[in-house]
Design a protein around this ligand. Structure first.
Ligand code: CA
Length: 227
């Protein structure tokens, strides 16, 4: 999942980025409102976290409002120092989906993010499933035909992206944009390499079952029973 975090307090930004990356999220951080907005209109983000008080020509609520006006559909979470009723109403009217009061704990942030990411139309249930494959984003568990599968955080992020978009063709660019952050050095064959890792865990051990990670020649990849 690709995350944008707009926060001017460097300590918080770096700590959250590190924590989220350990959980397999790809995180871009931006420290002011104007750059924040230029990032926040990018449709490749799966979730956007905006600090309310930001340096620049607007606050986080205005960033949310303008990003929505530009067509951003990803969930937006606003961080605010004070949780006054007026702030909440203003923020939720601006197109933000939820609020988190500072100071917050990292686990609380992750719980809120996961709740937002689970909302329809992205996915309606907490556990994602396709055929006999299930993935629990909260517990970091994957099962196929009842058998537990151990994945690295990147493999997990890649599979989660596939499962949230099952039976859709995902191009290499889409995969890179959702699973790796902007600064990541992604070699031309990185996606193939990770697809190979996933197949060796999801498909190859289950010889009697149809392979689920399929190549769509000339286009990309698809999680499906058949190409
Ligand atoms: Ca701030």
């Amino acid at each position: 999942m690709r995350v944008l975090f707009v926060e001017d307090e460097d300590k918080i930004a770096q700590a959250v980025k590190r924590g989220l990356e350990l959980k397999g999220y790809a995180v871009d951080t931006v420290a002011d409102a104007d750059n924040g907005l230029s990032y926040a209109i990018d449709p490749d983000y799966d979730i956007i976290i905006l600090d309310r008080m930001l340096p620049g020509s607007m606050d986080g609520i205005e960033v949310a409002k303008r990003a929505r006006a530009e067509g951003q559909k990803a969930p937006i979470l606003i961080l605010t120092a004070r949780g006054s009723i007026d702030d909440r109403v203003e923020g939720l009217n601006s197109g933000a989906d939820d609020y988190l009061i500072k100071p917050f704990s990292f686990s609380e942030l992750v719980a809120r993010m996961q709740a937002l990411l689970r909302r329809p139309p992205i996915n309606s249930g907490p556990v994602l499933s396709y055929e006999n494959l299930t993935l629990d984003p909260a517990k970091y568990e994957v099962f196929r035909a009842g058998k537990p599968i151990k994945l690295s955080s990147k493999e997990f992020a890649l599979l989660e992206y596939f499962m949230r978009h099952s039976e859709q063709v995902l191009t290499k660019d889409m995969i890179i944009n959702h699973v790796w952050n902007e600064d990541a050095i992604v070699m031309p064959n990185t996606v193939e390499v990770y697809i190979g890792y996933l197949r060796s865990k999801i498909d190859r051990p289950f010889k009697k079952l149809p392979p689920l990670i399929n190549t769509v020649r000339g286009f990309g990849y698809k999680l499906s029973r058949q190409v």
